[in-house]
Design a protein around this ligand. Structure first.
Ligand code: 13P
Length: 336
């Protein structure tokens, strides 16, 4: 795979006014989402729900691609069209989550430190996903903030794994979407989130350099610099936007084709307002867009759960509306 092809895919992922919808919840995570609205976690319900999301009319106006889960990339619409083919036919790039989740970090001095697993056998899995139609892949590292954490060991272990995964992706023709998520849970303030995010991104780009990862063919999926959910003083939209942009500018090379954000437990409107405010600042070295999971889906899931037959079109309308609002925010043109 040439770097030109990887770069072309990466640029298409962050085309102006477009972002990614993350629908790559593992079977365990979707079980929690379904349980919260009283839906049974069966394979057919997961398939039907993902079909609803992916076949939203005109989704491709604001969505460049979707991140699928292993089960989902092997599933099809009710008419028998594989989801990856449906997406490609409709101008959306299929992506795939390839990590095997965050697990306790052995030897960590403090509880709560995690490292993401999934490197063993990854080359073969990536080769198969490419054949199934995937053109980018996602790996999520989890950095928790708490009493005496994160340690440098945790940050570096996760950065190393992200870089090894990214190098394998590029060898197999997939654009790596590297996601070091600094978790919002906790009562830490925004300054602490800034310091941890800065250290994490520095370590990540060092590791990517060490592993010869071509940044022109890489996308960063970042968490925003934001107050911990339990912090008494919540930073406002302006401060989140300014802190996030400053942190990214001081750590992320300008040659990267783009940065997309996760929503991480932010409210729907909050996640859109933050993205919009960042893009309104202007003078950014890279496109800033979205790769939201919950903030794209939660309204649709609630509607669908009320009536899985009658509410499909209504639920799809909310997916479209969320895509449109976030697409506008990616241009700094959301009107609230
Ligand atoms: P959220 O937007 O719900 O945080 O999910 C995005 C994602 O892909 C996390 O890995």
């Amino acid at each position: 795979m040439s770097i030109e092809q990887l770069a072309e895919t990466a640029q298409a992922m962050v085309a102006p006014g477009k972002g990614i919808i993350a629908i790559d919840e593992s079977t365990g995570t979707i079980a929690k989402r379904f349980a919260s609205v009283g839906i049974e976690n069966t394979e057919e319900n997961r398939r039907a729900y993902r079909e609803l999301l992916l076949t939203t009319p005109k989704l491709n106006e604001h969505i460049s691609g979707a991140i699928l889960y292993d089960e989902t990339i092997r599933q099809s619409t009710k008419d028998g069209v594989p989801f990856a083919k449906y997406m490609a036919d409709n101008g959306m790039i299929p992506g795939i989550k390839v990590d095997k989740g965050a697990h306790p970090l052995a030897g960590a001095g403090c509880p709560g430190e995690l490292v993401t697993e999934g490197l063993d056998g990854l080359r073969e899995r990536l080769q198969e996903y490419y054949k199934l139609g995937a053109r980018f892949a996602k790996w999520r590292a989890v950095i928790n903030i708490g009493e005496s954490i994160p340690s440098g060991t945790c940050i570096e272990s996760n950065a190393h794994a992200l870089a090894r995964y990214a190098a394998l992706c590029q060898e197999c023709g997939l654009v790596p979407m590297v996601e070091p998520e600094v978790i919002m849970d906790g009562d830490h303030d925004i300054e602490t989130c800034y310091e941890v995010t800065e250290a994490t991104l520095r370590s990540l780009f060092d590791a990517l350099y060490q592993q010869n990862v071509l940044l022109e063919g890489t996308i960063l999926k970042a968490s925003m610099v934001i107050s911990g959910k339990g912090c008494e003083e919540q930073a406002d939209v302006e401060e989140v936007a300014e802190s996030t942009v400053m942190c990214l500018k001081s750590t992320v090379p300008a040659i990267l084709p783009g940065v997309v954000f996760l929503s991480g437990g932010q409210g729907d409107e909050q996640s859109t307002a933050h993205l919009n405010a960042m893009n309104q600042m202007g003078n950014l070295p890279w496109p800033l867009s979205f790769s939201y999971g919950r903030a794209m889906q939660q309204a649709a899931l609630k509607l669908w759960a009320k009536d899985t037959k009658a509410n499909v079109a209504k639920a799809q309308q909310t997916v479209y509306d969320r895509a449109k609002e976030n697409g506008q925010a990616a241009l700094g043109k959301w009107n609230g």
